[in-house]
Design a protein around this ligand. Sequence first.
Ligand code: ZN
Ligand code: ZN
Ligand code: ZN
Length: 276
Amino acid sequence: MSSLRATLLGTGTSTGVPVIGCTCAVCSSHDPRDRRLRCSAYIVAETVEGPVHLLIDTGPDFRQQALTYGIERVDGVLYTHHHFDHIVGVDDLRPYCFDPQTEIPCFANAETAGSLLRTHGYIFEDGTYPGIVKLSLHEIDGPFSVGSRYGHAGAVSVTPIPARHGAMDVLGFRIGRFAYLTDVNAVPDDSLGLLEDLEVLILDGLREKPHETHFTFAEATAVAQGVGAKEAYFIHMTHTTPHAETDAALPEGIHLAYDGLTLYVEDDIEKYVEGK
Ligand SMILES: [Zn+2]
Ligand SMILES: [Zn+2]
Ligand SMILES: [Zn+2]
């Protein structure tokens, strides 16, 4: 039984691809893999009690992504960091509070939680406006678990992976033998130790040219091969990257992701939850 299913809802950089007003070869490509919404992922982890549904980030394309991929349930949201392209769709979580009317727990590091409180205080602090999305904010600095909001006792253990995005502290997340790190240009040694024995690693790979706050394909390849990930998929690509030829040139086990790519990870989530 596949115990974890991850769908990449968006794999593009902060502008999305095509870029507004651009007529370059990638922006005018007819290959659907060259159309990239802003980065987000939806994970369904099967426990013996039932499925737990996790969302990583809620960017500006979240509503469109939820409709496209038929996302009916959300048990918790894992925030990587507070840049616009990862948080601004937060209000579109509102329909997930119609039934059940329970809060959706949101998990973030101190920097991201502080920013969410400043920019979305009407949700997280005040909470009195009628019809508001019901969220609870949880500042995390170590492994945590997310339970179901839909009437069963299943829960999934999540390990945050601290990393750097220029001057910013960001989080990647590991669930079983799947890990997701977007918007990173450095992964400290302690965090590399948390990325061993992965079936699937989703990793920031912005473009070929160096960037101050994102990995290039070569840098991301070095990290993926260094931790020995069985398969790695790059995300957050710009419009300088044509999918077909770039993907074909990557080493074995390293791939360019694309919107809608769904990955199945055979794993024993229960064993992981119990910390065995
Ligand atoms: Zn981003
Ligand atoms: Zn372009
Ligand atoms: Zn960012």
